[in-house]
Design a protein around this ligand. Structure first.
Ligand code: MG
Length: 296
């Protein structure tokens, strides 16, 4: 069986025919939010229903934080600090290098956020995150509660000023910048089971704000949850049948088949060319022939 499905022959530049999709660990309930710590040679990821953040290394899996306030997506900022989305506390936090947790955002215009889902930090230190309502719909991945705000995309500048920058999506979820940070991609997973559009939009960045949003690609089967860009500007997206690779012009180049429903991905490992994949009950990885765009 091949792990790959090639749609555009150009996909061959990005994969190695004999590199396997490896299952690294299993037994979780719904894993999400992978983030690579090259300095510690480990991966942090969320097991959301079990209210914990786990740490994987070649030595195995240990608990990094429990309870985790039902943490979901993570990233690192330019100082190497962990930045986390928390459903349970309906906030985004930063964990300092000394372990101190500070709040990046927990509300907007006097109302509580819904359940921050995924986050990225740009080179200027601005924190960008999505705030769909998934974490307050049930008690499974947080605490059931009333929605106070639309499902927006926010930016928080280094001074702590928060601003809603995308306000017309159904349920914004994964987000990623192009390598030069001139384009912002945002996945809309829609309200579950309603037939909402489930596509990835792309925005031009103008004066630090996303403008001219348009449909970049529609994932099929399933929908895009977590997304990342590589150093060539290709977009790698979760999908129901694995991970899809989408060229900068929006066409699907190829797929990596994964045996479980994929939620999110991140680049890490040596040369930042190992793609880590969170997929339902397990984490997987595959070594690619290209590095991720995200830093550090
Ligand atoms: Mg997500």
């Amino acid at each position: 069986m091949s792990f790959f499905e090639t749609i555009d022959p150009a996909f061959g530049r990005y994969v190695m025919f004999n590199a396997p999709v490896k299952r690294l660990a299993t037994g979780f309930d719904w894993v999400e939010g992978p983030v690579w710590f090259g300095d510690a040679n480990c991966l942090l990821f969320s097991d959301i229903p079990n209210n914990r953040i786990l740490r994987w290394s070649e030595d195995g899996v240990t608990v990094y934080r429990q309870p985790s306030n039902f943490a979901n997506g993570h990233t690192r900022d330019r100082q190497g600090r962990l930045v986390s989305c928390e459903h349970g506390s309906r906030r985004v936090t930063r964990t300092g290098l000394d372990g101190t947790v500070t709040i990046v955002a927990d509300g907007y215009q006097g109302k509580r956020l819904n359940s921050p889902n995924d986050v990225v930090v740009t080179a200027d230190g601005t924190v960008w995150f999505t705030d769909p309502h998934y974490g307050i719909m049930t008690d499974y991945e947080g605490f059931r509660a009333d929605q106070e705000l639309p499902c927006n995309v926010y930016r928080v500048d280094p001074s702590g000023q928060i601003e809603a920058v995308i306000t017309d999506m159904n349920c914004p979820n994964g987000l990623a910048f192009s390598p030069d940070e001139t384009l912002l991609y945002v996945a809309d997973t829609g309200r579950m089971y309603t037939g909402d559009p489930q596509h990835i939009r792309v925005y031009d960045m103008l004066d630090g704000r996303p403008v001219r949003g348009r449909i970049h690609h529609t994932i099929s089967p399933g929908c895009a949850d977590g997304i990342r860009t590589d150093s060539d500007g290709n977009l790698w997206s979760s999908a129901a049948d694995g991970v899809h690779c989408i060229a900068p012009d929006g066409h699907l180049m190829g797929k990596i088949h994964v045996p479980e429903l994929v939620s999110n991905i991140c680049f890490g490992g040596r040369s930042k060319s190992r793609l880590f994949i969170t997929a339902t009950t397990s984490i997987y990885s595959i070594v690619l022939n290209r590095s991720g765009a995200q830093r550090p």
